[in-house]
Design a protein around this ligand. Structure first.
Ligand code: C5J
Length: 219
C-alpha cells in the first residue's frame, strides 16, 4: 500500500479507495472582483496554491484516482442562503449582488466557476454546496459511498474555513483525510499555519498533513 511521509505519522492509502477533493478553487475566492475580495481580503495570496495543485490534479488523473471538485455558492433566488450568511461581515457587496465577474457567489455565474487551470474534466464530479462544509446540504457522502471511497486527499481554499469544516465533517463520518499543505491556502498566514497544525496535532485528531511533493513521490 502506498505510504506518504506525513505528520503526525505516515499516511497509508489504497488509491482505488481514495479521492482527491479540490475545494472551492473558484474565481470568487482567488481572483479580484469576487466574494473573497468583498470581505476585504487580498485574494492574490491564494493564487500560489494553483501551480502545485495543478501538478497534483494531473498526477491523480494519470494514476486513475477519483477526483471530486466542490463549489460554494447559492441558487439565483438565494433561497438556500440563510440571512445570517447574507448579512455577515458588512461586506462591500453582498452575495447575489452584481459584480465584475457576475452575481457574487451565485451558481452559473462566471465568478462562481472553477479557475481555468484546475477546470474539472467532463467525467469528474462537481459538488455544489451552500455552506462551508462539503457534506452539509450536498450528496457528497452518498457519492463517496457509491464509489467505495474511504480516504480523502484534501486541497483547496480556504484552509481554516471550507477546508477545515470539510475535514472535520469527513473525520466524524469515518474518512481518513490527508491535507496537502501547499495545495491549501488562506488569506491569513497565521491561520494557514495554525489550521494545518490543528489537523495533525494530538496524534492526527482530524487527519494527516504532507506537502504535495511527498504525495507526488508515491502516486
Ligand atoms: C470562505 C471557503 N472562506 N471556500 N469559503 O468563505 O473557504
Amino acid at each position: 500500500m502506498p505510504q506518504v511521509d506525513a505528520a503526525p505519522y505516515p499516511f497509508t492509502f489504497q488509491p482505488e479507495q481514495t479521492a482527491l477533493l479540490v475545494i472551492d478553487m473558484q474565481r470568487d475566492f482567488v481572483e479580484p472582483g469576487g466574494f473573497g475580495e468583498t470581505l476585504g481580503n487580498d485574494v492574490t495570496l491564494l493564487q500560489k496554491v494553483i501551480p502545485p495543485l495543478a501538478r497534483v490534479l494531473a498526477a491523480t488523473r494519470t494514476a486513475g484516482m477519483t477526483v471530486i471538485h466542490t463549489r460554494e455558492g447559492h441558487l439565483p433566488d438565494l433561497s438556500d442562503c440563510p440571512p445570517a450568511k447574507l448579512n455577515r461581515g458588512e461586506p462591500s457587496m453582498r452575495i447575489g449582488d452584481p459584480g465584475p465577474k457576475g452575481r457574487i457567489l451565485i451558481r452559473g455565474e462566471y465568478g462562481h466557476d472553477i479557475v481555468d487551470d484546475l477546470k474539472p474534466l467532463d467525467d469528474e464530479l462537481v459538488i455544489d454546496k451552500p455552506g462551508k462544509g462539503s457534506f452539509y446540504g450536498t450528496d457528497l457522502g452518498e457519492e463517496l459511498t457509491k464509489r467505495g471511497i474511504t480516504s480523502l486527499v484534501v486541497t483547496g481554499v480556504t484552509t481554516e474555513v471550507c477546508v477545515h469544516t470539510t475535514v472535520r465533517e469527513a473525520n466524524d463520518r469515518g474518512y481518513e483525510c490527508l491535507v496537502l499543505s501547499d495545495c491549501v491556502g488562506s488569506y491569513f498566514a497565521e491561520f494557514q499555519q495554525a489550521g494545518l497544525a490543528m489537523i495533525s496535532a494530538q496524534g492526527g485528531i482530524f487527519g494527516w498533513v504532507a506537502s504535495s511533493e511527498k504525495f507526488l513521490e508515491v502516486i
